[in-house]
Design a protein around this ligand. Structure first.
Ligand code: NDP
Ligand code: GDR
Length: 368
């Protein structure tokens, strides 16, 4: 008997090895779903974030099943959707780094824009429009150069990066398939959300990881780009619940998911260092600005223009009123709690590295 015949819902998550994929898989499993995920082939294991959910393929009654695949491969996606016959597809896979999208714009468009189209077409080709609901991981980067503060579902878009432009296509093709073919297809316009398993090169994780390593003497300094950028930062755990809620409504609609609170990169640094027991004093301006530990006088943060973007998104602030009213959703984890959790987890990781180093093992660090 298949999981569906058992009365269980079947979900397919693209991007299951990423931050949101891992939290969403955990959430759906806890709700009794059978979860299928698409992972890319890599030369090293790339399933760190979901290893705790792994079930041996030889087990009889599995609820967590991984498949090789890629958003740039239509035949692979059609075959998987046909085989899995999901009730819900969560399209979380993407080249998700804004700065990297300036380096690899064509690939970003292929995976993030056309990848979305490929999945929607798979649903249409297989004739499962009435059965399968579709969630598209849209983003506050659509607002880019903001036209209105705070941003809502009706604020005009003005993307500022190849990533944002690719996601704009993903947004509209999702709306288009809903209107043209009656698909239950929705966009969650999610503002930045972070966690201890956030990718190490996004600014929040780069800060908590870097400062924890500085605290333990594993690294001297943290190099950052635009300290004045302002973001509406929430916790990924809260946000994946919103992704699920969006697909459980009577009618398909698009929703902004945000906290409604904004902080600068500089404030994030200050709070993270405070969590580690220190205080930062800023001196200098622009590219010459540096952050010093008040007690030791050591320079621990410096600006490196290498991390400036060709076109920056200076400020984002979401209004989650619609999600609150229609989904009954609200964020539970505060900004302070988020920073604290990230710092603590990175401190533990730094302690493990320090232990290895003290035993004579080589410990690598990446400064990207
Ligand atoms: P991550 O970068 O952590 O995860 C991205 C996932 O996509 C990874 O599993 C990655 O695989 C996979 N992936 C990348 N390219 C491909 C491809 N060509 N084919 C198949 N899989 C691929 O992102 P998040 O979890 O943070 O974000 C999830 C989604 O939400 C993304 O679409 C992102 O753009 C969007 N988003 C994120 C926000 C945030 O603040 N986190 C806010 C708004 C939107 P691998 O592990 O092999 O690299
Ligand atoms: P973002 O996240 O671009 O908002 O995209 P990121 O954390 O990369 O940058 C946020 C802001 O911080 C500034 N910044 C730096 N950023 C990085 N990565 N590294 C630095 O050293 C640094 N210094 C300053 C950036 O310029 C920017 O203004 C994330 C991704 O998860 C997207 O996939 C998602 O769609 C959006 O959030 C919402």
């Amino acid at each position: 008997m298949t999981a569906e015949e058992n009365g269980k819902k079947v979900a397919l998550i693209t991007g299951i090895t990423g931050q949101d994929g891992a939290y969403l898989a955990e959430f759906l499993l806890s709700r009794g779903y059978t979860v299928h995920g698409i992972k890319r082939r890599a030369s090293l294991f790339n399933t760190d974030r979901i290893d705790h959910l792994y079930q041996d393929p030889h087990e009889a009654d599995r609820h967590f099943i991984l498949h090789y695949g890629d958003l740039t491969d239509s035949t692979n996606l059609i075959r998987l959707v046909q085989k899995i016959q999901p009730d819900e597809i969560y399209n979380l896979a993407a080249q998700s780094h804004v700065a990297v999208s300036f380096e690899s714009p064509e690939y970003t468009a292929n995976a993030d824009a056309i990848g979305t189209l490929r999945l929607l077409e798979a649903i249409r080709i297989l004739g499962i429009e009435k059965k399968t609901r579709f969630y598209q991981a849209s983003t506050s980067e659509l607002y880019g150069k903001v036209q209105e503060i705070p941003q809502t579902e009706t604020t005009p878009f003005y993307p500022r990066s190849p990533y944002g432009v690719a996601k704009l296509y993903g947004y509209w093709i999702t709306v288009n398939y809903r209107e043209a073919y009656g698909l239950y297809a929705c966009n969650g316009i999610l503002f930045n959300h972070e966690s201890p398993i956030r990718g190490e090169t996004f600014v929040t994780r780069k800060i908590t990881r870097g400062l924890a390593r500085i605290k333990l003497g594993l690294q001297a300094r943290l190099y950052l780009g635009n300290l004045d950028a302002r973001r509406d930062w929430g916790h990924a755990k809260d946000y994946v619940e919103a992704q699920w809620l969006i697909l459980q409504q009577p009618e398909p609609e698009d929703f902004v998911i945000a906290t409604g609170e904004q902080h600068s990169v500089r404030e994030f640094v200050e709070l993270a260092w405070q969590e580690l027991g220190g205080q930062i004093e800023w001196r200098g301006q622009g590219e010459a600005e540096k952050g010093y530990d008040r007690e030791t006088g050591e320079c621990i943060v410096a600006v490196d223009p290498r991390y400036f973007r060709p076109a920056e998104v200076d400020t984002l602030l979401g209004d989650p009123a619609k999600a609150r009213e229609k989904l009954g959703w609200r964020p539970r984890i505060t900004f302070k709690e988020l920073v604290r959790e990230m710092v603590r987890e990175d401190l533990k990781a730094a302690e493990r590295d320090e232990l290895c180093r003290s035993r004579g093992y080589r410990v690598f660090n990446y400064h990207e």
